[in-house]
Design a protein around this ligand. Structure first.
Ligand code: GDP
Ligand code: MG
Length: 685
């Protein structure tokens, strides 16, 4: 921690180059930091009703231009355990932050104030934003704001971030606090004895050793905080003296120094809450949240219920409602728009190849992918409903037991679930895992959890070969991915990634009514990503495919795709897939283009078949279509995901291991499915 010297003056300092103030949002996970950040800056960062959503810091400018705002990952204390908590701590300690805006969940005052008491020890200007006031009022509880303000010694502003209430006042108070240097608060947290020890440690420190202010550093040293000790260059005489002072704490075998300090903080908070919180009588009845939880986390019902929810989502997305929307869009783009464009081009006297490029290439290729937008939208609306309501956090809890069987904890559920959307954020999300081996394992298995880009491939093939059983066929593919992930976890956990999974601690957010805004934000994020990819990567891949298919090896325009460059490339690879049942050059090249973006498998097929009068059923049988889907499910993720994996693993070797592992797994499982299927066909057919 070389940055310690930055704060040697012990005073917050402002940015030299700009006159903006910089506010940092700090608070427990899931207390509404990102919601507030989005409200104040007009950004659209991901808000999820569970802890561990924000893993990186985000910076933005407040709408009225008065200051810059930092959104940080949530923390419970300033003694971090996981890497994203370190991000927050480092930022608060080292960076030029003029004001700490501590967000406190009013419905959970007691637990949230634990961090508040620590933040106050940094002796920086601070404002407490008391969030979720709407929920508190609904419950009928009261908090005496003025009293709380007096006791803490910093301004306390009641707000409701998601409803946008109290934000103006919060900004005014923050600007004033930053302007005037603000109040830092200095509540009497510790007993007189401990307070005296804190002071003596702080006297031992040289000014340049005040990492986050003298007081904070002293408390941390007294607690024997690992990070602080390793970050400070203490002389041996200092070490000895501090050790001596620490010896005066009533340390026992069961209570070490940090527990004594924590205990005193809790006592202080408990007494404080007793003075400022007034609970309504209603409290004692089980809340609706508790009643729902009794059902969805039921010992026996929980897992069947979870599966039932997922199955329902599949039926809506891939059953009649989703298919209707998809067919509608496909008809509009590929038929109506394609025909109109074709007529227009003929009318304008466009050349044959131009016509082919635009109609058979771009409209068919990109259109084939874009027509899946409604299904992506449906899928993510439904998943977001489960997520925003707070159910997914329960699902993580429910899944902890099965996950433990394969050597992971319920904590891994969050990044894994993100994997169904896109592997890239899922891989980034593994930062919430404390244990490096757990992290490597989760990164290894998330690509098996089918990302949304593969969905169009399944939908296309299911519609062509299993029209009556679309949802079930697609569900089975997803299940197979989950099964492969589990088997992989078992395999690696018992060999090279041995170790106990970290205990699962995740707080259950209360059930909340999902807001239309946050639903739309989630869905839009996926859709935007989808359209951007359609317009860039997939368009690019489509053009290349069209080109390679339209020219032969001598670079002259060819009428028969069989002579094209593409066919030449495909024919070289195709034999590799004979055992899997799709040793056709078209299948090979579409898999190859799928490395750019998985949707390209679909657009490539569309280009290959358009204008030739051929259909999928001339290349695939139902069985080989299925084994092809299995291959698509399991094989190497797209380049974007690979680069995320490379970054998070921090090791090229592991990335190569991942690629190799996915490819082999895909080939073997796909071949297995095809061969067993063929055998069964002979036996029973
Ligand atoms: P973070 O983890 O601290 O960044 O919290 P988020 O901003 O992701 O919010 C967590 C959850 O709390 C989301 O479901 C929000 O919609 C919800 N939320 C945030 N602020 C409020 C509020 O003032 N009132 C209510 N009722 N819900 C809120
Ligand atoms: Mg957040």
């Amino acid at each position: 921690m070389s940055g310690g010297a930055l704060l040697s003056t012990g005073k917050p300092f402002t940015h030299q180059s700009e006159s903006f103030h910089r506010f940092a949002l700090a608070g427990n996970p899931n207390c509404g930091k990102t919601t507030l950040f989005n409200q104040l800056t007009g950004s659209r960062e991901y808000v999820g009703n569970w802890p561990g959503v924000t893993v990186e810091r985000k910076e933005g400018r407040i709408k009225n231009g008065s200051a810059r705002l930092l959104d940080l990952p949530g923390i419970y204390s300033l003694s971090p355990y996981s890497p994203e908590e370190v991000v927050t701590r480092n930022c608060l300690l080292k960076e030029s932050v003029d004001l700490i805006v501590n967000i406190v969940d009013a419905t959970n005052l007691e637990r949230n104030l634990y961090l508040t008491t620590q933040l106050m020890e940094l002796e920086r200007p601070m404002v407490v934003a008391l969030n979720m006031m709407d929920l508190l009022n609904k419950r009928g509880d009261r908090i005496h704001i003025q009293r709380l303000e007096q006791e803490l010694g910093v301004p306390v502003v009641p707000v409701s971030a998601s409803k946008g209430v109290g934000l103006e006042r919060l900004l005014t108070v923050c600007s004033q606090a930053a302007e005037s240097g603000g109040k830092t608060g200095r509540p009497a947290i510790y007993s007189r004895g401990v307070e005296a020890l804190v002071q003596s440690v702080s006297r031992e420190l040289l000014p340049e050793q005040h990492m986050g202010g003298a007081r904070w550093t002293a408390v941390k040293l007294l607690e024997e905080d690992r990070l602080t000790l390793s970050g400070l260059a203490l002389s041996s005489s200092q070490r000895r003296k501090i050790q001596e002072i620490r010896g005066k704490l009533p340390i026992t075998r069961l209570m070490d120094a940090s527990m004594i300090i924590a205990d005193q903080r809790y006592r202080y908070i408990c007494a404080l809450c007793g003075r400022v919180v007034q609970r309504s009588e209603k409290q004692w009845k089980p809340s609706p949240s508790d009643r729902i939880d009794r059902v969805v986390t039921h010992r026996i019902l929980a897992i069947p219920l979870f599966l039932a929810f997922l199955l329902a989502i599949f039926f809506i997305t891939f059953g009649p409602p989703g298919n209707f929307l998809r067919d509608l869009v496909a008809w509009m783009i590929q038929d109506r728009f394609g025909e109109t464009l074709s007529l227009a081009l003929d009318f304008a006297g466009a050349s044959g190849w131009m016509h082919s490029l635009l109609v058979d290439g771009v409209v068919q290729g990109v259109g084939s992918v874009v027509s899946f937008a409604p299904q992506i939208m449906l899928l993510f609306t439904l998943l977001s409903l489960l997520e925003d309501s707070g159910y997914m956090a329960r699902a993580a809890f429910v899944m902890d037991r099965p996950l433990r069987k394969i050597g992971l904890s319920g904590r891994a559920f969050v990044p894994m679930l993100m994997g169904f959307g896109c592997t890239v954020p899922a891989v980034l999300g593994t930062r919430t895992l404390e244990n490096r081996k757990d992290k490597q394992l989760v990164i290894l298995i998330t690509p098996f959890l089918s990302c949304s880009a593969k969905m169009p491939v399944y939908a296309l093939f299911a519609a062509a070969f299993f029209p009556a059983h679309r949802p079930l066929v697609i569900f089975s593919i997803y299940l197979m991915g989950i099964l492969m992930a589990a088997l992989t976890a078992l395999l690696f956990k018992n060999t090279i990634l041995k170790g106990e999974p970290a205990p699962f601690v995740m707080e259950m957010p209360p059930y909340r009514m999902p807001t239309v805004k946050s639903l739309w934000l989630h869905v839009w994020e996926r859709l935007k990503d989808f359209f951007v990819r359609a317009g860039t990567l997939i368009l690019g891949a489509t053009l290349i495919i069209w080109f390679l298919q339209s020219f032969d090896v001598r670079f002259s325009l060819t009428g028969s795709p069989e002579d094209s460059i593409l066919a030449a490339i495909g024919t070289v690879i195709a034999p590799l897939f004979t055992l899997c049942g799709f040793g056709d050059w078209r299948a090979s090249v579409s898999l190859l283009s799928g490395l750019v973006a998985k949707e390209s498998v679909v657009s490539t097929m569309a280009v290959l078949f358009s204008g030739t009068g051929m259909t999928l059923s001339e290349v695939f049988r139902p069985l080989s279509a299925y084994s092809f889907l299995v291959f698509v499910l399991l094989y190497t993720p797209c380049v974007a995901a690979l680069s995320a994996i490379r970054r998070e693993m921090g090791s090229a070797k592991w990335t190569v291991v991942t690629i190799f592992y996915q490819l082999t797994a895909a080939w073997f499982v796909s071949a297995f499915v095809f061969q067993i299927g063929t055998l069964c066909g002979h036996l029973f057919g």
